[in-house]
Design a protein around this ligand. Structure first.
Ligand code: PDD
Length: 277
């Protein structure tokens, strides 16, 4: 359980940050989760790009270049017990006397750990998962991977309370994303998902799925999806770095399509398994 904190590698239990860290006090920081398959980071450049955009969005400079980040990950990837991992990176505006305004002298806190990553189990691939919908009440910069996740946490818990795997979010009559995933909808053979804008996190797995669908010659339409289109979908999928691609087979207690993972899900899921190695 080796972790990286501000220049040092140490056991997780010994990693401590000051209570006045702005990440703790204000949720003033951003994060990334990079999947690692067989000890090889997956789409690392894309994840580091997004980290850089999140940092720029909160007006923090990226402390490292791609090669430096990769060098920081290497000992953690090597030391972890599992070949498949999720590299968790968090950068905050660092410790400072409590004041909403940025401190003059910013010393960012950089924390990195390798978490165990398990692919969705066979029964989930076989049967899919249940989800509920809720009104998306988050702020208007959902494109930033901010650690201030209170709205996401509360929305996710609504699905936990109902024994469901995800909360699918709807804003002003349109699908946005899941509480911790991107959402795709299939209708009449067309794969649809909301385009990347300020209302959704630009998912790296989303980009992979769009690429794989294109390579397979499947029609993809990245455009706004209405709540009615979501509810009338033949297939619904959620995607994320930790969930890969997972079929949603029940939405608000109703079956999606025939209630089983659909044919396009099977194709994309298979393509993803090949691509990830
Ligand atoms: N969450 N949308 C939200 C709100 C997310 O939190 C995530 C991922 C995604 C999917 O992004 P990607 O495919 O790049 O993982 C979309 C991560 C896994 C998390 O918070 O743990």
């Amino acid at each position: 359980d080796l972790v990286y904190l501000n220049g040092d590698y140490l056991p997780l239990a010994e990693a401590k940050i000051p209570v006045l860290d702005r990440g703790f006090i204000f949720g003033d920081g951003v994060y990334e989760v990079i999947p690692v398959y067989d000890r090889r980071p997956f789409r690392m450049a894309d994840h580091l790009d997004r980290l850089r955009r999140s940092l720029a969005g909160i007006r923090l400079a990226d402390p490292y270049g791609d090669a430096e980040w990769q060098a920081l990950f290497a000992p953690l990837i090597e030391a972890a017990d599992w070949p498949d991992q999720g590299i968790y990176i968090q950068v905050t505006r660092g410790p400072a006397p409590r004041d909403h305004a940025f401190p003059k002298d910013v010393r960012p806190t950089v924390f990195i750990m390798a978490m165990q990553l398990s692919a969705p189990p066979p029964e989930v691939v076989e049967h899919g998962v249940a989800a509920i919908t809720a009104e998306d009440n988050r702020w208007l910069r959902c494109d930033l991977k901010a650690v201030s996740l209170l709205a996401n946490v509360l929305l996710r818990q609504l699905s936990v309370d109902r024994g469901c795997a995800e909360t699918v979010l709807i804003r002003s009559g349109h699908l946005t994303e899941g509480s911790a995933s991107s959402i795709f909808v299939v209708r009449d053979g067309v794969i649809m998902a909301p385009p990347h804008d300020n209302l959704v996190l630009p998912g790296i797995t989303y980009d992979v799925v769009v690429e794989l669908a294109g390579q397979a010659g499947l029609p993809v339409a990245l455009r706004p999806v209405t709540e009615a289109e979501l509810r009338g979908a033949d297939e619904i999928w959620l995607t994320s770095s930790t969930k890969e691609i997972t079929a949603v087979t029940r939405l608000d207690g109703q079956p999606v399509g025939d209630g089983r993972p659909g044919p396009l899900f099977r194709r994309l899921h298979a393509a993803y398994q090949v691509y990830k190695h």
